[in-house]
Design a protein. Structure first.
Length: 250
């Protein structure tokens, strides 16, 4: 019987060794699920991710693991780039909300319906212009309650302005819409990205390592990460949990 698991397979940061780590739940998997690919094994760096993915899937199949879901990181920075343009500085105020809307688009569509996720994402253009009713049957209006107080007093974008036109051109870009339609409502790559950041503490980019040296340091990073991955949430004196607000890069 095949064991069905969902894995996140993602390229790791290294100038000489290109790493693929398979990830499930909140822990780094068994050490055999690491795939290390030396840059000299492929024609150029653009081939490394594809080759690493092929080797990772092949490794899982040899372990009699059935790959039911493949989630990768489609890293795009459209909003960040536009927000740096002088005439579009107002978009920076909306950047956290835009990022949140992207995640909400996936999280609020548990069945992963591509068409519904696309219209939810497109509704962003209307919402930022203070328009909350839409002409799409699949998502006819925003789900938030009537806006009052600070929620109402926002820097809404005006129709026809440079900000609005630029944002709409990005939100409705064909390549971005294709990615939105494939968003994962169940799993994200946050934890694996945190693990890749941790790897840099053990394998700094300014230092070269042998295969064994690189592999040993990866194991240390995985042990360190797994030990701290399920720590309890920090608490306040009144017993409530304490969180900090962060807006990851888009």
């Amino acid at each position: 019987m095949h064991r069905a698991l969902s894995f996140i397979i993602m390229l790791g940061p290294a100038p000489l060794w290109f790493l693929h780590a398979s990830f499930t739940t909140t822990n780094i998997l068994h050490l055999h699920c690491y795939v290390m690919l030396q840059s000299s094994e492929v024609p150029n760096s653009s081939w490394c991710e594809l080759e690493g993915l092929k080797r990772s899937i092949s490794l899982l199949r040899r372990q009699d693991l059935h790959l039911s879901t493949l989630i990768t990181d489609r890293h795009r920075q459209y909003v960040s780039i536009v927000g740096t343009l002088k005439q579009c500085d107002q978009l920076q105020l909306w950047r956290p909300a835009i990022v949140n809307h992207l995640y909400w688009t996936a999280a609020s569509t548990p069945d992963g319906n591509p068409a519904v996720m696309e219209v939810k994402w497109r509704s962003l253009v209307n919402h930022i212009q203070d328009i909350h009713d839409h002409d799409t049957p699949a998502f006819s209006s925003c789900t938030h309650p009537p806006l009052e107080g600070d929620q109402r007093d926002k820097e809404w974008l005006e129709p026809g302005t440079v900000h609005t036109i630029k944002l709409e051109s990005i939100v409705t870009k064909t390549s971005l819409l294709k990615d939105v339609r494939q968003l994962s409502p169940q799993h994200q790559t946050f934890s694996l990205e945190a693990f890749h950041s941790l790897i840099l503490h053990f394998t700094p980019k300014h230092t070269g390592f042998s295969y064994l040296g690189m592999y040993s340091r990866l194991l240390l990073a995985a042990l360190h990460y797994n030990f701290n991955a399920n720590r309890e949430t920090a608490g306040r004196s009144d017993g409530t949990e304490k969180f900090c607000m962060r807006y990851p890069r888009f």
